[in-house]
Write a protein that binds this ligand. Sequence first.
Ligand SMILES: [Zn+2]
Ligand SMILES: [Zn+2]
Length: 334
Amino acid sequence: MKAMVLHEAGPVADNRLILEERTPAELESDQVRIKVEACALCHTDLHTIEGELYLPRLPLVPGHQVIGRVQDVGPAVNQIKPGQRVGMAWLGRTCGQCRFCKSQKENLCEQAQFTGLDFDGGYAESAVAWADFVYPVPENIPAVAAAPLLCAGIIGYRALRLSGIRKGQRLGLYGFGASAHIAIQIARYWDCRVYVFSRGDKHRQLAEQLGADWTGRIEEPVPEKLDAGIIFAPAGELVPPALAHLEKGATMALAGIYMSDIPFLNYDKHLYHEKNLRSVANSTRRDGFELMQLAGEIGIQTTTQEFALEEVNHALQLLKAGKVNGAAVLKISD
Ligand SMILES: [Zn+2]
Ligand SMILES: [Zn+2]
């Protein structure tokens, strides 16, 4: 099978990934082999390839937003059948034993293994996953469109959950990239009023097309207090003004892995009256299963730009330069 392989971390401008023909790995008893149809690119892939994340093993096949069909299953696998359509996400495996795993916080597991970092991911014609960590993917969404759901979508959904937003309430979204454009479709499905803050004209236009009730820049006054908010942009300077938008007792969730420093907060203006500020880290399997179910019900749409497997270096360069329209997705097979 063909795979795009990282041997040494470094700038994506140097075309770090090399096309190789590989022998598929043997399956362990609780694993499944997936014929990959599509794999979306994520900013975390850039951090992996450029060596900003610690790389436990090389060579490595990156990619953690994988859609495909199950080809083979190990002897201990019952719940997943060959031919089934599934997805692989960033959370590749957890220990099941630690205090986080035992308290529904497996996203914080100390021994978690991540797809495309601790083991090979989806920049390849086939990939191996632990059966307990793949998600059934609805058939009504094409593979390329479904791939960004596996990271951008799951994080957006978890951020919605952690923001405490309820049906019919007022939600603020700060930054409008891959995660937000999925989260807004769920929020609209829940009849929420959605306020989108973005510097980009195109992003605000897309937000309006997807049903935003109000769009504007962070400097603009908001017509009403918000019941919950999510900051997707990695910009700490958004935190104080966004907190000032919140209703008493409301939560602001920070959906990014990275954020620049947060400026001083004024206790009375930004936090008093029981406002909450919380980050979102990774996701649990519950997030993945629930999102996939919702995506099928809603028929979630994603904006994507397609590339062939061999074009991944170019696609990564465009992603780094912010020149991808929507999510970059490798279309690997039909
Ligand atoms: Zn990701
Ligand atoms: Zn654990």
